[in-house]
Design a protein around this ligand. Structure first.
Ligand code: PHE
Length: 448
């Protein structure tokens, strides 16, 4: 007996779920943090180019592979290239979300902790950098945050794809958007904010290093949820009536807009309040509470709402990450959803513990000269995501065939069809560019 695969019930439901996967900590925490550490506006510029040139075509490609095969990543590559080792790529695509979840959940935990902190209230003059460092120094609080975050993720996953994910995203993302706008208005009107706008918008090309473009590629793939089987898996639940070129366009646009807005919420305030833009992974968690504290009234209420919504955005993303692991366990191992979800959640919880300890008790453990969080980050952002994207292009461009991919994306034919430029990007431009950036970025890190 074959069971009909679940399908998204509405078109907007699917786009919102794909956007819900994409919009998460990567936009509000990751993007500003990388802009800050990679020279400001030049990074923004390169990022936008990467999104258009590589992000959008890859997104459409992954959707198409998923829809054409109706399978999880491993099964999909087995189906399209039977008897070849390409399923290993599917395996890589399942492994990456696993490693990402190990630190994603810890940072999701930060958002939860900040939600409770905002109830106590943020006041002007507080030492926000100090508050954040205290959090990192405290393995118990970090572990509780990580545990609660994983527990909430598990609860949603247990509800199934449609009921669990689709319903909530549509209500909550618009509210997050409005809150970002409020934050921007407050940040931009602080005295001294203009310097931040300059940093964010006026590129200083002298600040580009060999690693900047690779960081942009990693961040773009991460933020768009590419190269880790998610979009592929989501595509496997899409009906044949859906225009994939459209869906890819909308989700890419929404995700990029939110990241871009997050920068406006953060950098003017960074400069106005005297923080260091290159402050690192804690940037959003240090700066935004300070902006809330600088609000004339109800700052703490808005802070609470904001961290609540950030947590929700992070949850919709983590659900999508876990979905890859669960789909793999169900399809390839024959586990029930419950069993697959339980195993995946417990494994991720355990994986997150070293990340937690790496900030404090194990801060002396530094593989390749990074703390454990940095190491996980490096493994995924710098190493695996660009590599995964590269391999997906080679697969779709040469093994499956760029034409077939193009046709699968354009099915059913309608107003907007993806043109032949797509094949050129897929076969030549993306693999060559990403390949070069990957090698140069890694050499720069280890050799020079
Ligand atoms: N794209 C999400 C974000 O920006 C995170 C994510 C990564 C979700 C990978 C799914 C897969 O936060």
């Amino acid at each position: 007996m074959t069971v009909q695969r679940e399908q998204w019930t509405t078109r907007t439901g699917f786009i919102l779920a794909a956007a819900g996967s994409a919009i998460g900590l990567g936009n509000i925490w990751g993007f500003p943090f990388l802009v800050g550490t990679h020279g400001g506006a030049v990074f923004v510029l390169i990022y936008l180019a990467v999104v258009m040139l590589m992000g959008y075509p890859l997104k459409a490609t992954e959707f198409a592979i998923g829809r054409a095969t109706q399978k999880n990543p491993v099964g999909a590559f087995k189906a399209l290239a039977p008897g070849t080792p390409w399923w290993v790529l599917g395996g890589l695509l399942v492994l990456v979300p696993f490693v990402i979840m190990g630190f994603y959940s810890v940072i999701g935990g930060w958002a939860l902790v900040y939600m409770t902190k905002s109830i106590e209230g943020f006041a002007p003059g507080m030492d926000f950098g100090g508050i954040f460092n205290q959090l990192l120094a405290n393995p118990i609080t970090l572990t509780i945050g990580h545990l609660v975050f994983m527990g909430l993720t598990a609860a949603i996953i247990f509800g199934g794809v449609i009921k669990g994910i689709q319903r909530w995203v549509g209500y909550l993302m618009p509210v997050l958007f409005v809150l970002l706008i409020i934050l921007i208005i407050r940040g931009v009107t602080l005295p001294g904010a203009m310097a931040g706008l300059g940093f964010y918008l006026i590129p200083d090309f002298g600040l580009i290093t060999a690693r900047t473009p690779l960081a942009a590629v990693g961040q773009a793939f991460f933020s768009l949820s590419l190269a880790m089987g998610i979009i592929l898996t989501y595509g496997s639940y899409v009906s044949k009536k859906e225009k994939l070129a459209d869906s890819a366009g909308w989700t890419t646009f929404l995700d990029t807009s939110i990241a871009f807005l997050a920068g406006f919420a953060i950098f003017p305030a960074v400069f106005a309040l005297g923080f260091d833009p290159a402050g690192g992974a804690g940037l959003a968690f240090v700066v935004l509470p300070a902006v809330f504290a600088a609000m004339p009234f109800a700052g703490s209420f808005f802070a609470f709402l904001f961290f609540l919504l950030l947590s929700v955005a992070a949850l919709t993303s983590s659900v999508s990450l876990m979905q890859v692991l669960v789909a793999w366990g169900m399809d390839e191992r024959g586990w029930s959803r419950r069993v697959a979800a339980t195993i995946a959640c417990v494994a991720v919880f355990i994986l997150g513990i070293p990340v937690v300890l790496g900030f404090n008790i194990w801060s002396g453990v530094t593989p390749l000269g990074m703390n454990l969080f940095g190491f996980f980050f490096f493994l995924t952002f710098t190493f695996a995501l660009p590599l995964g994207g590269l391999l997906i292009c080679i697969f779709a461009g040469y093994v499956w065939g760029a034409r077939k991919a193009q046709v699968a994306i354009n099915e059913p034919r309608g107003r907007i069809n993806i043109g032949n430029w797509y094949c050129v990007l897929l076969k030549y431009v993306i693999p060559i560019l990403v390949g070069i950036l990957w090698v140069v970025g890694l050499l720069d890190k280890f050799v020079f």
